[in-house]
Write a protein that binds this ligand. Structure first.
Ligand SMILES: C[S@@+](CC[C@H](N)C(=O)[O-])C[C@H]1O[C@@H](n2cnc3c(N)ncnc32)[C@H](O)[C@@H]1O
Length: 296
């Protein structure tokens, strides 16, 4: 199936149904299948083994297809990449195509770490190339190194202090580094954010949903100079739906059945903005400038 998304203000067709899996060139045994099923719910995917496809709730290839051209532009080859809120590592496995020096995923969920380990048991990629840390974004300041490129996808609206989160991400980037982030947004020119009462699309852990102007203000407060909008995308049932591997409620249960532009609580339905932030190189002070400061 082909879907249309707005990328760089252009409508682009993305073909995502017949590709977009993380392919694993092995067969799963009956015992392996039992294990994979015990690890449900699989939220991100798909993962395709020779004899079985793990069709996750999210067709994450849609998100990957949006960020992929930018990973290519940034040129992540030989770079140190972090995926903060990496879930089961779907994007980490996909990013290997660009041959980064190392990819580190942060996610505090044990079930997603188990899914990552399950897949990587078959792929057998060494830890110096791909590593899952059972940590949150709040642990980044204590991590052993910084990153050339960070992804922080679908995490900001889960944080009760989004500006502190952006500051942490900025401070974990090497000079000249790039952060690619997506978050829910609401339409409008005003510099405001929606703060849902208890639940948003049945989720309890959603805090601030900004307009793009408000997001820009957060970015400035976090000392990013500016950001570039990559894409604005509405979540559809092609991207998020119930499957055999996540057989509980999904998007169709989270939206108003009579008006899909609203959540079940009456808020604007989920839309995501994808942005690219740059951490500038610091400008070295020239010798004569030291002289100038001394004389002041
Ligand atoms: C909505 S999912 C997004 C997953 C993936 N990045 C994506 O965009 O498809 C949010 C993820 O953030 C993880 N998470 C929860 N608390 C976190 C934290 N404090 N720091 C980093 N990630 C966190 C969750 O376990 C979950 O995998």
């Amino acid at each position: 199936m082909i879907d249309e998304v707005e990328i760089n203000n252009k409508n682009i067709n993305i073909n995502y149904s017949d590709s977009g899996s993380v392919f694993i060139d092995s067969e799963i045994s009956d015992q392996g299948l039992k294990t994979a099923k015990a690890l449900k719910p699989w939220r991100k995917g798909p993962f395709e083994f020779k004899n079985i496809k793990i069709d996750a709730e999210w067709n994450s290839d849609i998100k990957y297809s949006i960020i992929r051209p930018h990973l290519n532009l940034i040129n992540i080859k030989n770079k140190i990449v972090g995926d903060i809120g990496c879930n089961n590592g779907y994007y980490m496995f996909r990013m290997l195509e660009f041959e980064p020096e190392k990819i580190v995923g942060f996610d505090p969920s044990a079930i997603y770490k188990n899914q990552f380990d399950f897949v990587n048991k078959f792929l057998n990629i060494p830890e110096n190339k791909i590593k899952f840390e059972l940590l949150g974004v709040e642990h980044l300041p204590f991590y052993e190194h910084k990153f050339d490129v960070l992804l922080c996808l679908g995490v900001l609206y889960h944080r009760s202090d989004p500006i502190a989160t952006l500051k942490i991400l900025k401070n974990s980037l090497n000079e000249g580094g790039t952060l690619i982030l997506d978050t829910f947004y609401i339409d409008g020119e005003e510099e405001v954010a929606l703060f849902p009462n208890e639940r948003y699309a049945k989720m309890r852990n959603i805090f601030f949903i900004p307009t793009i102007s408000a997001l820009r203000n957060w970015a400035k407060r976090a000392r990013f100079q500016d950001f570039e909008i990559i894409a604005k995308v509405e979540t559809t049932e092609q991207e998020q739906r119930k499957t055999e591997w996540m057989d509980w409620e999904s998007l169709e249960d989270f939206l108003d059945p009579n008006d899909k532009t609203k959540t079940i609580e009456g808020y604007p339905a989920p839309k995501r903005v994808y942005v690219k932030f740059f951490n500038p190189f610091s400008i070295p002070i020239r010798d004569n400038e030291h002289e100038r400061f001394k004389s002041m």
